[in-house]
Design a protein around this ligand. Structure first.
Ligand code: HEM
Length: 314
């Protein structure tokens, strides 16, 4: 009996599930025994008596909206009106960081496979996300210094400085710096994630592999470099890039898409530091840094320096 009803269940159109009252199920079992196939009509009649529930996936069930909306917990008394904005904006950044990591891992595969068209498409998507992230700073700029102060002490030592996805992205883009791991408890899940990125090739390394596959004479020493270090600019690579810009339109477009992303990364940093300056001035950061001074030291540091170096030569 169980076999027959199970088979019927599998024969039901996808997305439907048949709920059978136990008594009817028993009747069906009698009707349909012993061979399921010979009793298909009986089974159909039976099905008509069953309550067919459309297990349609709903907006909320698919997106886990209820769970998502349970994740905002202001800590201030009241709570202070503006704390929710602060939480929401950080959480939305983290969701986008997750998406960008997803896209960049895919992009690395595309570079490895030599799929230049899809790689270009993915690069454009990543940059579009970053442009959105830059614009989100506008929303935080509506938070006045006093509004932020109303709950700032509740943050204790919490800071964007500890965003492990942000560090993973930095390392993937090429801004390797092992000391950034010090903030995380050794061997914790977050530590391991960043450590893995530290030890893995960067987007630029994957791009150089693509150039090699395309027949460009990328120096072997760069292809076998120590991935835990930031890659140094290379005059030999710059010569190849100039050749690409002049003679290989699709690869040149990929280079431009990389420059777009590099520009967006720097623009986000600039918008962030100006927003921080207007919100907390010269105060120290909750993460323990000097605050604005520290953030200013991270400005204007491209992740793809070779692409910037060649522009005067083109
Ligand atoms: C009122 C809003 C904000 C203020 C006052 C603020 C302040 C700061 C400060 C002072 C730092 C330096 C580290 C430290 O805490 O000592 C910092 C770092 C950082 N913040 Fe923010 N931040 C704000 C919003 C955001 C948002 C919305 C994000 C988005 C994820 C973010 C991401 C980061 C990241 C990733 C760093 C580390 C940068 C690096 O080390 O290069 N911050 N923030």
């Amino acid at each position: 009996m169980a076999g027959a009803s199970l088979r019927w269940l599998f024969a039901a159109p996808q997305g439907y599930i048949i709920r059978a009252p136990p008594a009817t199920l028993l009747t069906y079992a009698v009707l349909s025994a012993p061979a399921y196939n010979n009793n298909f009509i009986a089974a159909s009649k039976y099905a008509a008596t069953c309550q067919v529930l459309i297990m349609s996936v709903t907006y909320s069930s698919y997106l886990k909206v209820d769970e998502l909306l349970q994740c905002q917990h202001p800590l201030s008394d009241g709570p202070e009106h503006d704390e929710l904005l602060f939480i929401t904006i950080h959480q939305s950044y983290e969701l986008w960081f997750k998406q960008v990591l997803h896209e960049l891992d895919f992009l690395m595969e595309l570079f490895n496979k030599g799929d230049r068209n899809r790689a270009l498409h993915t690069l454009k998507r990543v940059d579009t996300i970053y442009r959105t992230l830059i614009q989100q700073v506008d929303i935080l700029e509506t938070l006045t210094p006093l509004e932020f102060l109303s709950f700032r002490d509740r943050l204790s030592t919490a800071s964007g400085f500890q965003s492990y996805q942000f560090r993973e992205l930095e390392f993937l883009f090429g801004a390797k710096d092992a000391s950034k791991l010090d903030v995380y408890e050794k061997d914790s899940g977050h530590y391991k994630r960043i450590e893995k990125r530290l030890q893995s090739p960067t987007l630029w390394d994957a791009f150089l592999q693509l150039l090699k596959q395309e027949g460009y004479a990328v120096p072997e020493v760069l292809l076998k470099r120590d991935w835990t270090q930031r890659s140094e600019p290379s005059e030999k690579v710059q010569k190849l890039l100039i050749d690409i810009y002049r003679n290989d339109p699709l690869l040149a477009e990929i280079c431009e898409a990389l420059v777009d992303i590099d520009t967006s990364l720097q623009q986000w940093r600039y918008r962030h530091v100006k927003m921080v300056e207007r919100t907390i001035g010269s105060k120290m950061g909750t993460g323990g840094s000097s605050g604005v001074g520290y953030l200013q030291s991270t400005l204007f540091r491209p992740v793809f320096p070779d692409l910037w170096a060649i522009r005067a030569e083109l």
